[in-house]
Design a binder for this molecule. Structure first.
Ligand SMILES: [Fe+2]
Ligand SMILES: [Fe+2]
Length: 293
């Protein structure tokens, strides 16, 4: 397997414990073999603990604090390929199954899309970069505020959230007079973009791109911002917030993308070094050469 040969500046953190993204091992569209290993192992307990910490800690105030902290974009100046390479520094010491470099997931996702949609360069590039927001973790963010399914804060949790409503029992927002209600701080059909999503790598990359500038279409931004919003795109919840004029289109793209965003060990691994010229070309076409993170 030819690994990605991209040079990193010495100040990029070398390693940090991270959990594999539980969002990407869902049974409905994941590598069944791998998923089985995952749920039968002690990892299941860790996943449950991660989600409990997320469901307890992700409050409206927490997300606002994170937005202010990460919204300074003062952690690093790195190219997209450097960030993809840096994600290989994220290792999960407790998980024997994650011997696949993180960068491989980026290229596998992109190559799957390229096979089906060779003409959609923007979608292929979206596949390559969609998880680069996980660099959050390398710069000290909590695991439960980096990976996992996302959902809006500021309103009551809906049924399809993983581990259910009981997992939120320690969350102070659930005794808040507004945030604890079904619509919470939102109005019916306010549109997805009016929601304050739980903090994680989706929202972060969306903001990084907005901040640095890009030439990607709106659909790419929707995929990046909502691909972990499983209770919506897979669970069918939160549709009362839909603004049909804008969100039906978002849903279509995020669902289409979801079938390419999977971990698989059964598939042949791409020779990323050989693919580099093609992907460097795509990056140059749509993104600044260096971005503030
Ligand atoms: Fe992701
Ligand atoms: Fe992914």
């Amino acid at each position: 397997m030819a690994e990605l040969d991209v040079e990193l500046p010495p100040e990029v953190p070398q390693a940090h414990l991270v959990l594999i993204d539980p969002s990407e091992f869902r049974p409905e569209h994941r590598d069944v073999q791998l998923f089985r290993n995952y749920i039968d192992s002690p990892l299941q307990e860790r996943v449950e603990r991660t989600y409990r910490a997320m469901h307890t800690g992700q409050t409206v105030q927490f997300v606002q604090d994170r937005l202010a902290h990460w919204g300074k974009f003062d952690h690093a100046r790195l190219s997209m390929l450097q960030v993809i390479k840096a994600l290989d520094n994220l290792v999960d010491e407790a998980d024997p199954d994650t011997d696949l470099p993180n960068s491989m997931h980026a290229f596998q996702t992109a190559e799957r899309i390229r096979e089906r949609h060779p003409d959609k360069e923007w979608l292929i590039l979206t596949g390559l970069i969609h998880d680069t927001g996980k660099i959050l973790r390398l710069y000290g963010e909590e695991m439960w505020a980096t990976v996992g399914d996302t959902y809006p804060v500021g309103c009551a949790p809906r049924n399809s959230i993983v581990f259910g409503k009981s997992s939120f029992s320690g969350n102070p927002d659930l005794s808040h007079p507004v945030y604890s209600t079904e619509l919470g701080m939102y109005s019916r059909h306010c549109g997805l973009d009016a929601l304050t999503m739980s903090w994680g790598h989706d929202e972060y990359l969306y903001r990084v791109l907005q901040h640095n500038g890009h030439k990607l279409p709106e659909a790419a931004l929707s995929i990046i911002r909502y691909h972990s919003f499983y209770p919506w795109h897979s669970g069918g919840d939160y549709r009362d917030f839909h603004n049909p004029a804008t969100d039906d289109e978002k849903l279509k793209w995020v669902q289409a993308f979801s079938q390419f965003d999977l971990y698989s060990k059964s598939e042949e691994l791409p020779d990323v070094q050989a693919l580099l010229p093609y992907y460097s070309g795509l990056i140059d076409k749509y993104l600044p050469s260096v971005l503030s993170w």
